[in-house]
Design a protein around this ligand. Structure first.
Ligand code: MRU
Length: 352
């Protein structure tokens, strides 16, 4: 794909910037109308930014948490990594608790802790190197996934995506949106449909804006229009990301993904999940064991600060759901493609 995709011309958005003494996060609460970075000088401010969705998307929150730990290390005096790990345990726990569903958060912190435990007096440098590596590896994984996933899409196809899985949700290029970027660049994809993704509107506010930066003109649909779109024969693939892929291939992703998978199967539309190996959690046997984040019901009462719901009502706001593995045609990671995922295919690819 490197021959056909000009990475320097496209994909220039970077949601996370390390300045040497702070983490700068592109404030995704304000997009697309304000492009503004928030400065986080402490691990506490990074944890708060993750919880508030200033930074969001499974890989991006893992990367942000890794840098959060680098910031926490500034307040700790220790002779080696083992001593530092003990002193940093509260900061790790605090960052880890910022959001529950995306495994990339716990994965990144566990990886940081592992290298810390093996480090000697240079443990601070080791942490900083690892955070940078996590970010660089994520970008490389996304580019690889883009090439692999796009190859599954027949030329002349249209696709539907959900939530935001692009540069904004990762170190760059994106997972599902990386597949779509690559597919458009290769002439395989004609039209990209993006669901609004109520209530936080990651599709309407972020995906559509992000694709516009690349000169791709997506078509926005209401989430409720997806089945009708499929029935009309206007899409051949649904391409989504993931927050956690279990040992049997069950996949947690943004609320609404499950109903897209059901509708896709009903209408003979293919369903692809694209995610880095850091999203695979072989310790969780199936989707039944995933902690689904529930956010403030107030997110459902309006759009932005404009109230649209009747007053004094109740609401339920789970922000992820689980798509059972038998509704997924392909899981694409940087390690390869798993068609018709199930436990034996997952174990063959990821061990454990
Ligand atoms: O609540 P969010 O915006 O963090 O949810 C993000 C998603 O569900 C994405 O689809 C997922 O993290 C994959 S991002 C590459």
């Amino acid at each position: 794909m490197t021959e056909t995709f000009d990475f320097d011309r496209y994909d220039r958005i970077r949601p996370i910037r390390w300045t040497g003494d702070a983490l700068e996060l592109l404030d995704q609460r304000k997009l697309p109308f304000e492009v503004e970075y928030v400065r986080c000088p402490t691990s506490e401010s990074v944890a708060e930014a993750i919880g508030a969705l200033t930074v969001r998307g499974a890989p991006a929150i893992g990367i942000a948490a890794a840098w959060g730990l680098v910031l926490a290390a500034r307040n700790v005096e220790a002779d080696d990594g083992v001593e530092a790990a003990a002193l940093l345990a509260p900061a790790i726990a605090h960052l880890n608790a910022a959001r529950p569903t995306a495994v990339n958060l716990a994965w990144a912190l566990a990886r940081m802790r592992r290298v810390l435990l093996a480090a000697s007096s240079d443990w601070r440098d080791v942490l900083e190197r690892e955070a940078r590596l996590i970010s660089e590896e994520d970008l490389a994984a996304n580019r690889r996934m883009g090439a692999l996933g796009a190859a599954l899409i027949e030329p002349g196809s249209n696709v539907l995506t959900h939530c935001n899985t692009g540069s904004l949700a990762t170190a760059g290029f994106g997972t599902a949106l990386g597949v779509i970027r690559a597919g458009v660049a290769q002439g395989r994809i004609n039209e990209v449909f993006a669901g609004e993704t109520r209530p936080w509107l990651q599709g309407a506010r972020l995906t559509v804006w992000e694709l516009q930066q690349d000169g791709i003109a997506p078509t926005l649909i209401a989430d409720a229009a997806a089945s009708h779109l499929m029935k009309s024969g206007k899409v051949q693939w649904v391409v989504v990301g993931a927050d956690r892929i279990c040992a049997n291939g069950d996949t947690a992703n943004k609320i609404g993904t499950y109903q897209l998978a059901i509708a896709a199967r009903h209408h003979g539309v293919k369903f692809m999940v694209a995610a880095p190996a850091s999203t695979v959690d072989m310790e969780t046997p199936s989707g039944d064991s995933i902690h689904i984040e529930e956010r403030d019901p107030g997110e459902l009462f309006g759009i932005g600060s404009v109230r649209t719901a009747a007053m004094e009502i109740g609401a339920w706001n789970p922000v992820f759901d689980v798509t059972p593995h038998d509704l997924i045609d392909a899981i694409v990671t940087e390690r390869g493609i798993i068609e018709h995922p199930d436990e034996s295919a997952m174990r063959a690819a990821f061990g454990g």
